[in-house]
Design a binder for this molecule. Structure first.
Ligand SMILES: Cc1cc2nc3c(=O)[nH]c(=O)nc-3n(C[C@H](O)[C@H](O)[C@H](O)COP(=O)(O)OP(=O)(O)OC[C@H]3O[C@@H](n4cnc5c(N)ncnc54)[C@H](O)[C@@H]3O)c2cc1C
Length: 355
C-alpha cells in the first residue's frame, strides 16, 4: 500500500495552500476531499483581507498582520503557477461608522483619515457626509484563489482524492497511520485536519468547531465602478470585483449545517445595499448563496499538533480564513515538517480545549 508523507483532510483554501507549502518542503502529499475542492466556505467568502477590526481577537492580530503582508507574494506565486487571475485589489476599505464612533476609535489614527472627501472618494454613496475611516486593506476573489491553489497544487504534484469523505483517522501503535474513507484507506506518516466547519466530525479528537452560516448575494451590470472600495457599514458590506460584480454580505447565523438561502433575508440585504449606494439599483441580482464559516468557542483558529503523534489540525478560521491562508500554510508546513515555526501559535493550540 502506498504511503504519503502527509494526508490533508479537506481541500478548502487552507488544505490546498498547505499542500503547496508542504510540497515545497519536499513532502509527498495527498488531499482527501469529501466533495469538490474549494467549494465550501472558501467558495462562499467575500474575500476581504481585514487585518484588524473590532471583531478581531487581540491574540489573532500578529498572525493577521503577518498574513496580510504575505498576500502579494502569495498571490504572485499562485497566479504565476496557475495562470488564474485572483483579482487581488489594493484600493482599500471605507469603514462607515455611527457618528459617535467616528472620532478616536481604538487603534485608528490620522493615517486612517480619508485621502479626500467622501463625496469624491466614493461618489456613489447615498450620504457623502457620514463619518468614515480609511483602511489600507486588500481584497481577493476567494473562488479564483481556490481555483488557482488547486491548479498550482496539481502542477506541483499534490495527489487529490475527491468525492469521498474521511470517516476515520487511523492510529497504529499510538501514532497516526492514515485515514479511512467510505471506500478505501490511505496510509501516511502525518495527517492534517483541514476540514473547516466539519473538523470536529471524526476522531480521534473531537475539535469544537461549528458551522456559522453566512448568506450573501452579488449584483452585476450596473454603471462601471459604482463602488470603488470595499465599504463596510454597521449593517452590511460591499465588496467590488474588477469584473464589475459587487458582493453584498453577510449574515452571521447559528443555523447548523443548513446552507439554504432565505429570499427575505437576501432581499433585506439587497435593500440595505441600495440605501447605502442607490446607483446599484441599475445592477441586476446575479446570485445568492450561503456558506459555513468554521467557528470555534473563542473565535480563534485551531492550529498545531494534537495529543496524537503525527496528527495535526489547521481549522476553525471563522471569519478570517481567506486572510489567514498564507500564514497558516507557512507556519503549519513548518510545524508538520518539524521545523521551528516562524510565528508563535501556542494560543491556537488544539490542547487549549483539553481534548
Ligand atoms: C459568507 C462568508 C463570508 C466570508 N468572508 C470572508 C472574508 O471576507 N474574508 C476572510 O478572510 N474570510 C471570510 N470568510 C471565512 C472563510 O471563508 C473561511 O474561514 C475559510 O474559507 C475556511 O477555509 P477552510 O479551508 O478551513 O474551510 P472550507 O473552505 O470549508 O474547506 C473545508 C473542506 O473540508 C472538506 N471536508 C469536510 N469534511 C470532510 C471529510 N470528512 N473528509 C474530507 N473532506 C472533508 C469540505 O468539503 C471542504 O471542502 C467568509 C465565510 C463565509 C461563509
Amino acid at each position: 500500500m502506498r504511503t504519503w508523507d502527509v494526508i490533508i483532510i479537506g481541500g478548502g483554501i487552507i488544505g490546498l495552500s498547505l499542500s503547496i507549502a508542504l510540497r515545497k518542503r519536499g513532502a509527498r502529499v495527498l488531499i482527501v476531499e469529501r466533495g469538490e475542492p474549494g467549494r465550501e466556505a472558501s467558495y462562499a467568502a467575500a474575500g476581504m483581507l481585514v487585518e484588524c477590526s473590532l471583531e478581531t481577537p487581540p491574540a489573532l492580530r500578529p498572525l493577521a498582520t503577518a498574513s496580510a503582508q504575505m498576500y502579494p507574494e502569495f498571490v504572485h506565486e499562485l497566479q504565476d503557477e496557475s495562470r488564474v487571475d485572483v483579482d487581488l485589489r489594493d484600493d482599500g476599505t471605507i469603514l462607515l461608522c455611527p457618528p459617535d464612533h467616528a472620532q478616536g476609535r481604538a487603534g485608528f489614527s490620522t493615517e486612517n483619515q480619508l485621502p479626500s472627501p467622501l463625496s469624491a472618494f466614493e461618489p456613489a454613496l447615498a450620504d457623502p457626509q457620514q463619518a468614515a475611516i480609511f483602511l489600507k486593506e486588500r481584497s481577493v476573489d476567494p473562488r479564483a484563489l481556490a481555483a488557482a491553489a488547486l491548479k498550482a497544487a496539481k502542477h506541483r504534484g499534490v495527489d487529490i482524492s475527491s468525492g469521498r469523505a474521511v470517516t476515520e483517522v487511523l492510529i497504529s501503535d499510538g501514532r497516526i497511520a492514515g485515514v479511512r474513507t467510505e471506500k478505501t484507506s490511505y496510509a501516511a506518516l502525518a495527517v492534517v485536519n483541514c476540514a473547516g466547519a466539519w473538523a470536529g466530525d471524526f476522531g480521534p479528537q473531537r475539535f469544537p468547531t461549528r458551522p456559522v452560516k453566512g448568506q450573501m448575494l452579488s449584483v452585476a451590470g450596473g454603471p462601471r465602478n459604482t463602488a470603488r472600495h470595499v465599504i463596510r457599514s454597521p449593517e452590511i458590506y460591499l465588496v467590488p470585483r474588477s469584473d464589475g460584480r459587487v458582493l453584498i454580505g453577510a449574515t452571521v447565523e447559528e443555523a447548523g449545517y443548513d446552507k439554504r438561502t432565505d429570499p427575505a433575508v437576501i432581499e433585506q440585504m439587497h435593500r440595505a445595499a441600495l440605501r447605502l449606494m442607490p446607483a446599484l439599483s441599475g445592477a441586476r441580482m446575479l446570485e445568492a448563496w450561503a456558506g459555513l464559516r468554521p467557528g470555534t468557542p473563542d473565535n480563534l483558529p485551531i492550529l498545531g499538533p494534537t495529543a496524537t503523534p503525527g496528527y495535526f489540525v489547521a481549522a476553525g478560521h471563522f471569519r478570517d480564513g481567506i486572510l489567514l491562508t498564507p500564514v497558516t500554510a507557512h507556519v503549519m508546513a513548518q510545524v508538520v515538517t518539524e521545523s521551528r515555526p516562524d510565528y508563535d501559535i501556542l494560543a491556537f493550540s488544539p490542547t487549549r480545549f483539553q481534548l
